[in-house]
Design a protein around this ligand. Sequence first.
Ligand SMILES: Cc1cc2nc3c(=O)[nH]c(=O)nc-3n(C[C@H](O)[C@H](O)[C@H](O)COP(=O)(O)OP(=O)(O)OC[C@H]3O[C@@H](n4cnc5c(N)ncnc54)[C@H](O)[C@@H]3O)c2cc1C
Length: 498
Amino acid sequence: MEHVDVLIVGAGLSGIGAAHYIQTKCPWATYAIFEARDAIGGTWDLFRYPGIRSDSDMYTLGYSFRPWTGEKSIADGPSILQYIKDTAAESGIDRRIRFNHRIVRADWSSAEARWTITAERTDTGEIVELTCGFVFSCSGYYRYDQGYRPDFDGMDRFGGAIVHPQQWPEDLEYAGKRVVVIGSGATAVTLIPSLAETAAHVTMLQRSPTYIASLPAKDPVARLLSRILPRRWSGPAIRWFKALTTQAMYALSKKRPELVKRMLRKAAQRQLPEGYDLDTHFTPRYDPWDQRLCVVPNGDLFKAISAGSASVVTDHVDTFTESGVRLQSGAELEADIIITATGLELLFIGGIELVVDGEKVDLPTKLTYKGMMLEGVPNFAIAVGYTNASWTLKCDLTCDYVTRLLNRLHDTGLTTCMPVNHDAAVSPQPLLGLTSGYVLRSADRFPKQGSRFPWQVHQSYWRDYRALKMSDLDDDAMVFTGPVAQRTVAEPAIASAS
Ligand SMILES: Cc1cc2nc3c(=O)[nH]c(=O)nc-3n(C[C@H](O)[C@H](O)[C@H](O)COP(=O)(O)OP(=O)(O)OC[C@H]3O[C@@H](n4cnc5c(N)ncnc54)[C@H](O)[C@@H]3O)c2cc1C
């Protein structure tokens, strides 16, 4: 059976980044990327709705090793996809990808110190097996085959098109049409200004309001830094600047929620018509950052509302009718197209069944180690980004840490690294600290974080930088093991330094 040192799951933003790290920092390692789809890019290839763009800045969503040099800080989906493809092509990573390979199962054998991977070919149905020393899951966090859509009453009665943004029909004609977008999350606020350019009218139908912040599409400070600093300094300087200011805004939201509420409200008020009902439509019932804050570049959503091409209705769907939606208030919204921007179905590690020495890993009972490994699961890491900042900030740190682990194993001849919790006082807590519906719906299928280091998930770049980049690999939890015969340096068979 074919064997590689590292198997990367997924060829999205994280998988391509992981491959870069392994190629450059572990040149000794053989690796392959198994990708379930037939394309690079993950999220940035899958989502094709009008106006698709990032909602965090590209200086931190881009890789640290290949700073984003595009004009716009909030970039459109096609530019992000091109950036990922270019990164993969530049260093031959694209040649390591096996497309149409969905990994369904990974079996760890302690006796052999390796994983046996089972993948299903999504094009032919063939089963493919290989073994690897380490699995690096870069599979994102949601289901690709379907998004989340509640069962609205009367959906089959509606005479127009019902579309989920995750499956946007290429030929959907919305110019001159009345569109209702159900939802108020990042996807809804991205779609609406774009649709409003040509639709007859777009209504954002939300159950409850979301905090929305307007940011300049082109970041003036980043542009200044890139003009005055040499290129090799401007990339890291802008990245740190953006990482720290985003973090500071998050910290302020947590410490002084009332102040941040007032700031966001004032900013929205400035951009909306006089007398606009902010209390009903833009005043959430939760504190800023209890749920993800939405960003609109150059206030485009507020502009569409002010221009009259878009409007907001805060109410609940009672039923779909032949010609639109009836609301619980009794009001009716006429529509030719209804877009259910109702979110994602979360999925951990791409739905892979993990088995360790014949025993199925029960994910909800496991703690995450530094937000990137699982308690009791050997030679397995996960690239999961932040909920309160750009995804890649954390994934870059995780990749760097994984390469250190791999090099430790390689240099010592040890074969296995595995986090083990020896601290009885650590209590399990939900993995993600958000109260959003999509997080709460799936919390019971996800692993947990622990109440103290190193089992906590920080959602803080600075703290993770210390925990992953600056810390020693040895701590109370990480256990390195390996066959004595293979060891090349004098280390105990079990090295778990405190
Ligand atoms: C519409 C949208 C906008 C977003 N905007 C932002 C943003 O502005 N900023 C931000 O920080 N984050 C954003 N995110 C989160 C976003 O998903 C991440 O930024 C990032 O793209 C995730 O990259 P990834 O490679 O980890 O995962 P993905 O992009 O999800 O890629 C995962 C890849 O793994 C493959 N895969 C999954 N399971 C398996 C399996 N079992 N076997 C083989 N292959 C598998 C998938 O096919 C896919 O190609 C956004 C998400 C969405 C949906």
